[in-house]
Design a protein around this ligand. Sequence first.
Ligand SMILES: C[S@@+](CC[C@H](N)C(=O)[O-])C[C@H]1O[C@@H](n2cnc3c(N)ncnc32)[C@H](O)[C@@H]1O
Length: 233
Amino acid sequence: MTENHDELMGPTDARKMVEDGYDQLAERYAEVRTLSPGNKKYIDMLARLLPKDSCVLDLGCGPGVPITKELVRHFKVVGIDFSSNQIELARKNVRIAEFHRMDMTKMTFPPNSFDGIFSYLAIIHVPREEKASLFSKIHEILKPGGFLLIAIGCDDWVSEPGDDFMGEPMYWSQFGAEKTKAMIKDTGFEIIQTSKEYSIFDGEDEKHYFVLAKKKESLEGLLKDSPIQIKKY
Ligand SMILES: C[S@@+](CC[C@H](N)C(=O)[O-])C[C@H]1O[C@@H](n2cnc3c(N)ncnc32)[C@H](O)[C@@H]1O
């Protein structure tokens, strides 16, 4: 496996391969995707940390099952995905969430829009060179004190041309657990919890890396209702 397939395939080709791949396999994917104990554990954790009906964004929501469907039990959910077939399925599967066909690397939500942002196994498809700006964008649209929860691959790895997922050409690009955690921290998040949890796809166990992080509150924000004045020198 090459370490630097990013040099072989540009971000535009990579994006097209992922989008077309999920358009083709949307229905088959929905049939095999099950809610793993790790998924449930972290969603339940979030439900304890955020007030009921908080507004959360599900990035790369896929067909809406099982993740978005579980999220709407606790939150008001906006789901985005760039595969039109995935979004169409998500709209049918989870009628009470709001869905948009949108590329997460180009999303344009206003700053401080969401109390929580979730992304399960979708940032693994974003080219490594675009991850830092994606984490900055996520940080910007999350409210101070809001939570980020992601599940990604554990290893530092970029797929090769010809790799497939469920019979379709597919592209993955990941830094691995430690580097991703460091990037999230450097973006301005406090890391709350991480762990490697099993997910089951198509009958096969695979470990994924979960990160729960909190957007730090600015001093100005923390003191906004206080008589204390901040003096800048
Ligand atoms: C493995 S599926 C995960 C779906 C769902 N989150 C889940 O846990 O079952 C990855 C999803 O991410 C979407 N995706 C990948 N890159 C994306 C991007 N740049 N913008 C929006 N969606 C993206 C794909 O279309 C696909 O539906």
